[in-house]
Design a protein around this ligand. Structure first.
Ligand code: PLP
Length: 460
């Protein structure tokens, strides 16, 4: 790996392009109204630059597409599973692998196996599907992330860190037996794509080992976390992303992965564990929910693409360009005076809707309203990460998170610097007219993961 230049220019070129439709403001106004002011309900045909999510939206490489042709679609004992399993073992170091159709499939299996009713599941900030599976399995999520993570302006370099004091007091108060496991996400999504440091994870490891508590790794964005460790943590500047990822995984006992993010594929995931008993139980359960233990809801070609995608995700130059592009957009927004979560995270820019729309209270869904405004202005699709995403507690109360954010998620290897310019210009335009933006009222609320399908109306 040799640096070609200071710039983050992409280590690839384009071989095929996908044409986009440019829409008019009046078309977009009609579409967002029809979609109940929920960007998840917009038809993608009416979206110009799609920053809804980085999940399954990346571009595959020529190598991944050629691997597709090698897919072994045998129902049982697929060669493609062997290649995916080998890639996971080699790069992440876990002993046993169970394929699943995507991350939440793995979360379902793992939560059912490892959580007993009434047990606590401490985690470094919640993630929507992760916490829901923990709760459906009878677990109770408790937040153990450092307080800095809940403050959008705090520039702590490792806002994904665990507050070890919080873990100690949970153990002291409830006892180790009451804890199912500690759930650790790398590059914490809901905090704004913020990394955990190696030192913090190591310390957590020695604390939990003393009490016989396992650590389960949500490794959806582990390679992006590794890039930040390389940039920010003492002793890691000369280590490769590949080496750092392997070390991170080594301090955990098992993992769930959405391969749709880091691993550069459109669909796929897996559960991994070092514990034979957990593996055996997962092999039983996967057949019920996903498919046989050698395909888990995936086509052979998907597993081939994952095997290659994992390797590509660990290339230093890939991460430099990936995170470089996110930082480019973030710095542009900062220059326009847009309030965003700092430091700039790994997979997107998170606009602070509370600071952007101080005239709206949280029960008027400021982030939801703001995401709709960005779409109306330029056809850029973003999503809400605030009170709608946080959902309700078992007792029916809203979670009311401190962070009320609009997420601009950058798909991997998809958009250009010029697209980022258009996005930043649009946020500046909306910012100029922010005083006129009205809040929303929820008129339909689904029972689970409401942010996906909830509908809203403008408050008059
Ligand atoms: C996307 C995501 C998941 C869930 O994965 P899916 O593939 O969408 O089911 C879990 N955890 C994190 C941190 C994620 O970003």
């Amino acid at each position: 790996m040799k640096d070609f230049k200071k710039s983050w220019a992409e280590p690839y070129k384009m071989k095929m392009v996908e044409l986009l439709k440019v829409t008019s403001r009046s078309q977009r106004l009609a579409q967002i109204k029809k979609a109940g002011y929920n960007t998840f309900l917009l038809p993608s045909d009416f979206v110009y630059i799609d920053l809804l999510t980085d999940s399954g939206t990346g571009s595959m490489s020529d190598r991944q597409w050629s691997a597709f042709m090698l897919g072994d679609e045998a129902y049982a004992g697929s060669k493609s599973f062997e290649r995916m399993e080998a890639s996971i073992k080699e790069h992440y170091g876990y002993k046993y692998v169970i394929p699943t159709h995507q991350g939440r499939g793995a979360e379902n299996l793992l939560s059912q196996i490892m959580i007993k009713k009434g047990q606590l599941v401490p985690g470094n900030m919640y993630f929507t599907t992760t916490r829901l599976h923990q709760e459906l399995a009878g677990g109770i999520f408790t937040d153990i992330i450092i307080d800095e993570a809940h403050d959008p302006l705090n520039e702590h370099p490792f806002k994904g860190n665990v507050d070890l004091g919080k873990v100690e007091s949970i153990i002291k108060k409830h006892g180790a037996k009451k804890i199912a496991y500690i759930s650790i996400a790398t590059n914490v999504n809901m905090a704004g794509g913020q990394p955990i440091s190696m030192q913090n994870l190591k310390q957590l490891r020695s604390l939990t080992q003393k009490h016989g508590i396992k650590i389960i790794h949500d490794m959806t964005r582990v390679a992006e976390n590794a890039w930040f460790i390389k940039q920010r943590e003492k002793g890691y500047a000369n280590r490769s992303v590949e080496e750092i990822v392997k070390e991170l995984c080594s301090y955990t006992d098992g993992a769930t992965m959405s391969a749709k993010k880091d691993a550069l594929v459109n669909i796929g995931g897996f559960m991994a564990t070092n514990d034979y008993d957990v593996y055996e139980e997962a092999r039983n359960l996967v057949v019920v929910y996903e498919g046989l233990h050698t395909y888990g809801g995936l086509a052979g070609r998907d597993m081939e693409a994952i095997a290659v995608g994992i390797k590509e995700s660990l290339d230093d130059n890939h991460q430099k360009a990936r995170i470089g592009q996110v930082e480019y957009l973030g710095n542009k927004m900062i220059a326009y005076g847009i309030p965003i979560v700092k430091p700039i995270g790994g997979h997107g820019i998170f606009v602070d809707a509370k600071a952007f729309l101080p005239h709206l209270s949280q029960d008027q869904f400021p982030a939801q309203a703001l995401a709709a405004e960005f779409y109306i202005d330029s056809g850029v699709r973003t999503m809400e990460r605030g009170v709608v995403s946080a959902g309700r507690k078992a007792n029916g109360e809203n979670y009311n998170p401190a962070l009320e954010l609009v997420r601009f998620t950058i798909p991997r290897r998809v958009y250009t610097q010029a697209h980022m310019d258009v996005v930043a210009e649009s946020t500046a335009e909306v910012f100029k007219n922010r005083n006129k933006i009205k809040g929303l009222k929820m008129i339909y609320e689904p029972k689970y993961l409401r942010f996906f399908q909830a509908r809203f109306e403008k408050i008059k």
